[in-house]
Design a binder for this molecule. Structure first.
Ligand SMILES: [Zn+2]
Length: 258
């Protein structure tokens, strides 16, 4: 049986999945035709590049520096240089951004987070590649830095921030992406409802566990159904538009898989 929809998981931590071949198989069966594998640190950046080279036309790499993994001991300069050297093999920079949760700020202060984010944003601007942005409790600052850096292509992933910042994100031509939390999380549901379909992508942020269920790329099919329900639109309309958005933002080839 062929899947009902063609979907892109625009944000997956594939290197953290316990059985990647099986997960990719299930993703294909669920209609996933492309996955953006986001890196978080130098080690995972190497891993996502290997995966993209192994699964050409299905897995695409993004190179990042996750604020949640930064510490004063992070070799920032080498990390940035690695990203710069390998950016031609990647479709985006990310996961990168700001996280003002107090546990994260205790490990990596705001000044360090801003320095790392600005360095990656400069790479995004120079390369013309989109930025995949983490902005927990830092929505306003994340938007201001990205926009101020002259980055024209960006997605604020798993957006749960205020409507005022969401409007600016949309007006700037940026995207937000919906995770499986869209099934139950009030702020995330509100943001997805308020964002036009033209500004929306789907993702899983796997292997994040949602209500006790550890996610994988196939769960993007659940995200589709929840978004369609919130928007009062047929799933095929949401699938068509969000997949087209992902292809355009990341410059993916139209895959003939599935
Ligand atoms: Zn993530």
């Amino acid at each position: 049986m062929s899947p009902a929809h063609r979907l892109v998981d625009t944000h997956a931590h594939l290197e953290e999945l316990p059985d990647l071949p099986a997960a990719l198989e299930r993703a294909g069966e669920a209609g996933v035709t492309a996955i953006v594998a986001v890196g978080s640190d130098p080690d995972s950046n190497r891993r996502v590049l290997e995966m993209a080279a192994t699964h050409v036309g299905f897995v695409y790499a993004a190179l990042g520096l996750h604020p949640g993994l930064l510490t004063n001991a992070t070799p920032l300069r080498e990390g940035i240089r690695f990203m710069e050297d390998h950016l031609p093999q990647a479709v985006a920079v990310g996961e990168v951004g700001l996280d003002y949760h107090k546990r994260v700020v205790a490990a990596a202060g705001k000044e360090l987070q801003h320095r790392a984010f600005n360095a990656v944003l400069a790479l995004a601007r120079r390369s013309g590649k989109p930025a995949i942005i983490h902005s927990r409790y830092a929505w306003r600052d994340s938007f201001t830095l990205a926009s101020g850096a002259g980055v024209d292509k960006a997605v604020f992933h798993w957006y749960t921030g205020p409507t005022s910042v969401l409007r600016e994100i949309i007006d700037r031509g940026y995207f937000i992406s919906a995770t499986p939390a869209v099934e139950y999380h009030a702020e995330h549901r509100r943001a997805v409802k308020e964002a036009p379909l033209e500004s929306l992508l789907l993702e899983t942020d796997c292997p994040v566990a949602y209500q006790g269920h550890r996610s994988e790329p196939a769960d993007v099919a659940r995200v589709l159904l929840a978004v369609a329900e919130i928007k009062g639109l047929p799933p095929e309309t949401v699938a068509g538009k969000t997949t087209d958005n992902a292809h355009r933002l990341f410059g993916l080839q139209a895959s003939e898989r599935g």
